[in-house]
Design a protein around this ligand. Structure first.
Ligand SMILES: Nc1nc2c(ncn2[C@@H]2O[C@H](COP(=O)(O)OP(=O)(O)OP(=O)(O)O)[C@@H](O)[C@H]2O)c(=O)[nH]1
Length: 613
């Protein structure tokens, strides 16, 4: 019990691949049969698989009598647990049997069922084969525009799957349909393609089939010698299979070809050979027709009538053939017999009937041809679209990637630009700060923190040069620490420096925003006072001197004794009517000199010509 379950789950070892079967059908068949004795040990499902493999090889080898037997066994094993793949194969094999028996409507129904199931279970190989054979069956019932559509569909999938064997099978069907619509060049091209593939793959049965198809094209194309050569090649090829059904087809082809070219001696001989083999009824009907035509030619009307009758009986077994060439050619043959027998009126009626129906058939074929071409074109377009799809997808993907890249690039550029901008900004700010620092350093006196001499004089110059200052009063005050040398000498230079720094602080605290107090020498300072008249300048200067005078400067090394420091100052000013400012500094300096001379710790104002005070 346990081993049965295990065996059912594993793939049974009799299973052969389609390629193995195609390359060595006889060996495969024998190998399959060798497992028959073990069948009872297998589960139903596995047994079903075995019968289906057997039936499928029988299909390939044209063991047409055996296929229904195998299918009966297979059907007996189908229960609710039977895999859909097996049921689909049964449908396909039933369809093949019906097709070979010329039962086209039944075949179409089974093929359709197989196609649907194959599609449902995703069995591409079965889908392609069933679709191809469905298409071939349709072509046999003159519905070849529809047929071509299905064939294209099957071909696209076979092509996508790169199944070389199935592609070759479809090439064969293409060939047969092209032959049917009398496009012989195309038909030859497809059969040659199929033949080449089969030779490469080493598929002998299929190679024989392609040879047969090619021979038939040459026969109908009016190239009898080529046809005879190919039929003979076919017969040689099928010898190995020892299957009279295959021999039948070879002799059938040869017989009909001999008849077409008017070699009735050879034709009648070969036709008789063919009729001795088992073969499909509709093909046998054709043989009887050929025989009838040869007998008419030979003036043997009675036997011709018998042959015609045999053909008619066989054709009438196939209702779907009514109205097709297979059927209406019977009128033509009957007319030939009637004519030979001198029954001209009947011959005329039959010939007229034949021509009427033949004309209709040609018209139908032509319109079918047009629609076939249209559909073929549409299918080609769809094929092109399909083949373009990967490219389209690729292009879309590339575009998306490019857009993404652009987005990333834009983002990167944005980030880089931001970083660059930030760097530049930082650099700019740093530069600005450095410049400011440099500027500050360049205009500042290191010791006191006051503006230096250069800046103080520049500032004075700029104020004097401003035209609007011409309307205003303007003053400068020069300051000099009294007896500074003594302070340095008595308390040391650091104390002197400290005094300078303190004076700078005190002076700045007494000034307005626009006033500039700069150190222009060792212990010399200059104060620039815009919009200030002499009186105001005097007041400001006095305030500064007073602050310093009262400030207690402490020397650390002298027991923190407060030291008195004083300053002298000289003021010079100009007003709106006196713009002779070039000597302003000299005037102030002179005034300072006079203050020193006057005893220090005082202020002297330079006198200008307009100043009365
Ligand atoms: N500590 C210190 N001393 C300085 C600085 N610059 C100049 N001096 C000193 O200031 C002194 C100025 O001396 P003088 O020109 O004789 O003037 P004074 O002693 O102030 O005499 P009067 O101007 O007449 O009151 C010098 O001894 C300089 O060395 C400085 O930056 N720091």
């Amino acid at each position: 019990m346990f081993s049965n379950i295990a065996m059912a789950q594993m793939e049974p070892d009799f299973i052969l691949s389609q390629d193995e079967i195609n390359r060595s059908p006889l060996i495969s068949y024998r190998a399959t049969l060798a497992y028959e004795k073990n069948l009872p040990t297998y589960s139903n499902t596995v047994q079903l698989m075995w019968w289906l493999q057997k039936a499928d090889i029988e299909r390939l080898l044209y063991y047409d009598d055996l296929i229904p037997v195998s299918l009966d066994y297979a059907n007996g094993l189908v229960d609710e647990y039977a895999p859909l793949s097996s049921v689909a194969k049964i449908d396909y094999l039933n369809a093949t049997v019906a097709l070979r028996q010329g039962n086209y409507q039944l075949a179409l129904g089974f093929f359709q069922a197989a196609i649907e199931k194959a599609q449902r279970i995703g069995d591409n190989a079965l889908f392609i084969r069933a679709k191809g054979d469905y298409s071939y069956t349709l072509s046999q019932t003159d519905a070849y525009s529809n047929s071509i559509t299905h064939l294209k569909e099957a071909y696209l999938i076979a092509f996508a799957n790169n199944d070389l064997g199935l592609i070759a099978e479809l090439y064969e069907i293409y060939g047969s349909i092209y032959s049917y619509i009398e496009d012989n060049e195309k038909a030859e091209e497809y059969y040659l393609k199929a033949l080449e593939r089969y030779e490469k793959l080493g598929y002998q049965v299929q190679r024989a089939d392609a040879l047969y198809g090619l021979a038939t094209i040459y026969r109908d194309w009016g190239k009898p010698q080529r046809a005879i050569d190919k039929y003979n090649l076919y017969l040689e090829q099928v010898q190995v299979f020892e299957n009279p059904r295959q021999d039948f087809f070879g002799y059938y082809g040869l017989g009909t070809t001999h008849q077409i070219v008017g070699d009735c001696t050879a034709a009648l001989k070969v036709i008789q050979q063919a009729l001795n083999y088992p073969g499909a009824g509709d093909f046998k009907a054709e043989l009887y027709k050929s025989r009838a035509l040869c007998l008419v030619k030979q003036g043997n009307y009675q036997q011709a009538k018998d042959a015609h009758k045999n053909a008619t009986v066989l054709i009438e077994k196939y209702p779907e053939l009514i109205g097709t060439t297979w059927h209406i050619s019977l009128f033509y043959i009957e007319a030939q017999i009637a004519n030979g027998e001198g029954n001209h009126e009947r011959a005329y009626t039959l010939m007229h009937r034949y021509h009427q129906q033949h004309k209709q058939l040609i018209e139908k074929r032509n319109s079918e041809k047009l629609s076939q071409q249209r559909m073929s074109l549409e299918a080609s377009l769809r094929q092109q679209e399909k083949s373009l799809m990967p490219s389209v997808e690729e292009i879309n993907a590339l575009n998306a990637a490019r857009q993404q890249d652009n987005k990333s690039l834009r983002y990167s550029v944005y980030v880089l630009a931001t970083i660059l901008f930030a760097i530049l900004l930082i650099a700019f700010v740093m530069q600005l700060r450095a410049n400011r620092k440099m500027r500050k350093l360049s205009i500042t006196d290191e010791l006191s923190g006051l503006f230096n001499r250069r800046y103080t004089f520049e500032y004075l110059r700029s104020l004097l040069d401003e035209p609007e200052n011409e309307k205003h009063n303007f003053a400068i005050a020069m300051f000099d620490i009294d007896n500074f040398k003594q302070l340095n000498d008595a308390f040391g230079h650091p104390f002197g420096d400290y005094v300078i720094r303190q004076i700078a602080k005190i002076a700045q605290s007494q000034l307005r925003k626009g006033d500039v107090f700069g150190r222009i020498g060792g212990e010399e300072f200059m104060c620039v006072l815009p919009r200030t008249d002499k009186k105001q300048a005097l007041f400001i200067t006095e305030r500064i001197l007073e602050k310093i005078r009262t400030q207690k400067f402490v020397a650390k090394n002298k027991e923190h004794m407060p030291i008195k420091v004083t300053m002298s100052a000289g003021i010079a000013s100009i007003n709106a009517t006196n713009r002779q400012n070039n000597g302003l500094y000299l005037q102030a300096d002179q005034a300072l000199y006079e203050a020193k001379k006057a005893g220090k710790d005082c202020i002297v104002c330079a006198q200008d010509k307009t100043d009365e005070t």
